[in-house]
Design a protein around this ligand. Structure first.
Ligand code: NDP
Length: 334
């Protein structure tokens, strides 16, 4: 059983030697357990936080433990009353080829209904993050301007497309011309801007002539710097992620602008609200229903970037934090 363990904690950018490959015997299920063969592993930005010892909303992965992660698996052997060999399930089995489960982390998938990989992206945790965060906290109204970065990724892509369904204008920010073309032409955003352009801040201002009503914060850094002065009175800022700073080590660059931020929070009545998607779990049934329907109607499109082989996971993960993925990053394990 190939497993990828956390070998050491990264300082700054993770490197391949933070991961260790081990081969262990395939485990046997006990009473009430299933043996899973992992088909697909999801790679997500939050895993950078799990590699760190810093206190966060979830416990760190310990050194020598299997890296955590969402997976799509096939039941190979079942000693659990609710599962049979051959069932396809969503599980949280981590970076390994086989795993045991007592069923508590499993959800059955119907491959006839949707490709099983979508359970890791548009119809899974990232899609749900976009849905709950945008609708509950962002509350886009018809005609308003919604801005989101990492717009070619699974969270950002869904944010922009749901904003459009709610009759708002969607401005997407992504790295490079290919991602911008995807965001505009496939996902149907009104505008797509490249955050690497030297005139990015001016382009964003021109793309938001009526200011910004909802900024769905995925990245922080230079994108936030460009967004901040354009926020309208009563703007909502769901703070979902800050991927631009996940690999940073020391104090952040630039002057401390907290007093200016607080002034604008007051004078523009801004709502800046962080969230972790789990707090909205009660909305999951509504999400599955609505998102599946939007996909069926062609109103929500998705892009998956599937890399081959569990051995590729560390490099693919490191690359994702720097924007080398093209859509929802998934490892085909077997
Ligand atoms: P993506 O697949 O979009 O991958 C991350 C992307 O971030 C990269 O592809 C890159 O895209 C972009 N990026 C990296 N560095 C920078 C930078 N310096 N400036 C601008 N963009 C950058 O990821 P997801 O869709 O899975 O996740 C998006 C965000 O949502 C992340 O911050 C993640 O942590 C957060 N999240 C939060 C959850 C919650 O519960 N709060 C749950 C799930 C995700 P590009 O090439 O376009 O720059």
């Amino acid at each position: 059983n190939l497993q990828i363990l956390l070998a050491s904690r990264p300082v700054g950018r993770p490197s391949p030697d933070n991961f260790e490959f081990v081969h262990t015997p395939i485990p046997s299920p006990g009473e009430g357990q299933v043996l899973l063969k992992i088909r697909y592993l999801s790679l997500d930005p939050y895993m950078r936080g799990r590699m760190s010892a810093a206190k966060s909303y979830a416990a760190s992965v310990e050194i020598g433990q299997v890296m955590e992660g969402g997976t799509v698996a096939e039941v190979l052997e079942s000693r659990h009353p609710d599962y049979a060999a051959g069932d396809r399930v969503l599980s949280y089995s981590g970076w390994q080829a086989h795993a045991l489960s007592d069923g508590t982390d499993l959800r059955k998938l119907d491959p006839q209904q949707a490709p099983v990989t979508t359970a890791l992206g548009v119809l899974g945790m990232p899609g749900f993050t976009a849905y709950a965060g945008l609708l509950t906290l962002g509350q886009p109204k018809p005609g308003e301007t919604v801005v989101v970065a990492a717009a070619s990724g699974p969270v950002g892509a869904a944010v922009g497309q749901i904003a459009r369904i709610k009759a708002a204008r969607a401005v997407g920010i992504a790295g490079g011309p290919d991602k911008c073309a995807l965001v505009r032409d496939a996902f149907g955003f009104d505008v797509a801007l490249d955050h690497r352009s030297p005139t990015f801040a001016e382009e964003l201002q021109a793309a938001c002539p009526d200011g910004i009503d909802v900024y769905f914060e995925n990245v922080g850094g230079k994108v936030w710097d460009a967004v901040f002065p354009l926020l309208n009175t009563f703007a909502r800022i769901p703070v979902c992620g800050l991927v631009a700073q996940y690999n940073s080590t020391g104090p952040f660059d630039g002057p401390d602008r907290l007093p200016i931020l607080m002034r604008d929070v007051l004078t523009k009545s801004l709502t800046i609200r962080g969230f972790i998607q789990r707090e909205f779990h009660a909305q999951r049934p509504a999400f599955y229903r609505e998102m599946a329907q939007w996909i069926a109607e062609g109103r929500v499109k998705y892009q998956e970037d599937i890399v081959d082989g569990l051995e590729s996971a560390p490099e693919a993960f490191i690359g994702m934090l720097e924007g080398r993925n093209f859509g929802k990053l998934i490892v085909q394990v077997s």
